[in-house]
Design a protein around this ligand. Sequence first.
Ligand SMILES: [Zn+2]
Length: 684
Amino acid sequence: MNNPLLVSSGLPSFADIRPEHVAPALAQRLQEARDALERVVACGESPTWENLAAPLADALDQLDQMWGVVSHMNAVVSSPALRDAYNTGLPLLTAFHSDVSQDARLFARYRALRDGTLFVTLPEAQQKAIDNALRDFRLGGVELPEPQRVRFKALQEEKAQSSATFDDHVLDATQEFSFLVADEKELAGLPADVIAEARVQAEKNKQQGWRLTLLAPCYRPVMQYAEQRSLRAALHRAYVTRASELGVDPAHDNTALIGRLLTLRAEEAELLGYPHYGAVSLVPKMAGSVDEVLAFLGDLAKRVRPFAERDLAALKTFARETLGLEALMPWDVAFASEKMKQRDYAFSDQEVRAYFPEEKVLNGLFRVIETLFGLAVGAAPTETWHPDVRHFELRDETSGDVIGRFYLDLYAREKKQGGAWMNGALPLRVTRDGMQKPVVYLTCNFPAPVDGKPAIFAHDDVLTLFHEFGHGLHQLLTREPTPGVSGLEGFEWDAVELPSQLMENFCWEWDVVEAMSGHVETGEPLPRELFDKMRAARNFQAGLHLLRQIEFGIFDMRLHATRLVPNARAVLNSVRREIAVVAYADYDRFENGFGHIFAGGYAAGYYSYLWAEVLSSDAYGLFEEEGGVSAKTGRRLRDEILGCGSVRNALQSFIAFRDRPPQMEAFLRHNGIIGVVDETVNEV
Ligand SMILES: [Zn+2]
């Protein structure tokens, strides 16, 4: 049978893939992987890298690469049949991976390899990959005696189920509320498209008037623009009580689920022999301990708080003097902020957009990468999954050797998932055919070209492109082909955003922006004056914004850093009393919708956003010291961080790059948290 998904090496011909190829390809790759697993556990010889880790990794690579293509296609050129095939295959794949991680025979072989005399003679990369594998086996509960192992598995299932229900409740609670407005005057201030959509929603529900909802495209503009204060208050109350006992449908109250999830996590930690779930979460991360994370957040809070107070004081003054709002209520904050931003930094996104046509931006980005890392980027046309997609090669500037390849799929279109992301398609590997070069997919959702004119990007889009490219470079510039520690594999989760956020900084360098901007009609670069306004607006209310992130981070860590399950609301209230400067409504039930930590992967990990930004800012500080797009510093970043995979720890790599441990100064400076705040000054 001729199945394009079953190529022996490289990537398949995307155009030939049909939904009916998915199931047989998955079945075959799964069977091969199971056979490989049985072979390595049945092997009579004492375990070596070559008879254990290598053959298993080969089989898992084949499975991952095939499924990577399927899941990529499902995300960017989906169809009902493809989605069905994907959804049918996914549980089979998940079950297989869970079987592998729970396989006591495999664990025993790995442990024998680790404890044997051979281990110290292995290359460092293989040692690290084996240690990582053992760590993941242990966190997967494989070492537990039989009754506990069964309990552990049940815990995992209930956790997954409870998280999914938490998410469903938030989704249902968001959708079940609506607010009918009878008189258009009450909608004053709202953008015309929001009003039109509200009208459509009312008609759809056979109602007269305008129907407002809590979905982001309606809720956000109401909070930012609606002049009618009572309208903002009504929607605000509905929003912050979603999925709580105060919400529309008490069946969607998440309060009990929060307690249940915390209990399950605490039990998991106890089974694994850790003092609490916070400690479990940190095992594969860069942060060393809960105390270290809390000290980091506490220190940050101290530095940021005066700036948040200054932001709030300025906002209150503006609201009183300009908007006549004597007391600034929670439902006034976004509204007053938007008005103040317009007063202080008036420029439109549309105006900026005209200066960033696609080719100019791409050439600017490629120039930066070429200079930093000694590369040449060139188009390498090939067959793809959609005519809009482009394919490029990254070559060594001196030798001309291909380092890696990437696909750019930039425009929003139907049947493509929203957002922006980077996916590895092929990792760097030694194969029978020689060295397999890494390949990545870079996917964005920017506006497509209209009427034959070039696509034009907002500055935010340019930031997104640089961000995703940073992730891509981490995968493409790796020198390490060992499975498990190559590129992003095994890299500490709380440091993963280092390269991506670092790349964003170049979009705020005047030289880079000047070179990558050119007005669609005149070709003129972005005016310096407009750029300066954009830079000033970048840190608008940064103090308030950061303090809120710190509040979430401390709340999350305190919830998970005790053996006894705490009351989430009481913890949040006490964190707010200590940290927050803005007042919250007494009915605020933020925690009942906090999907990051109750439904997503951020439990005892929310601090990672700030943690990684401190790293990326500090790393970028070296570029600033060397004058921006510095080839010398770029080579160093490639040698000490991007190239190393996870053979050594992120902290060791960081220190090798920066010649010292991370510091906070650059992060604070980039966010405008600098200088002494004069407490008596309200206006800024
Ligand atoms: Zn990212």
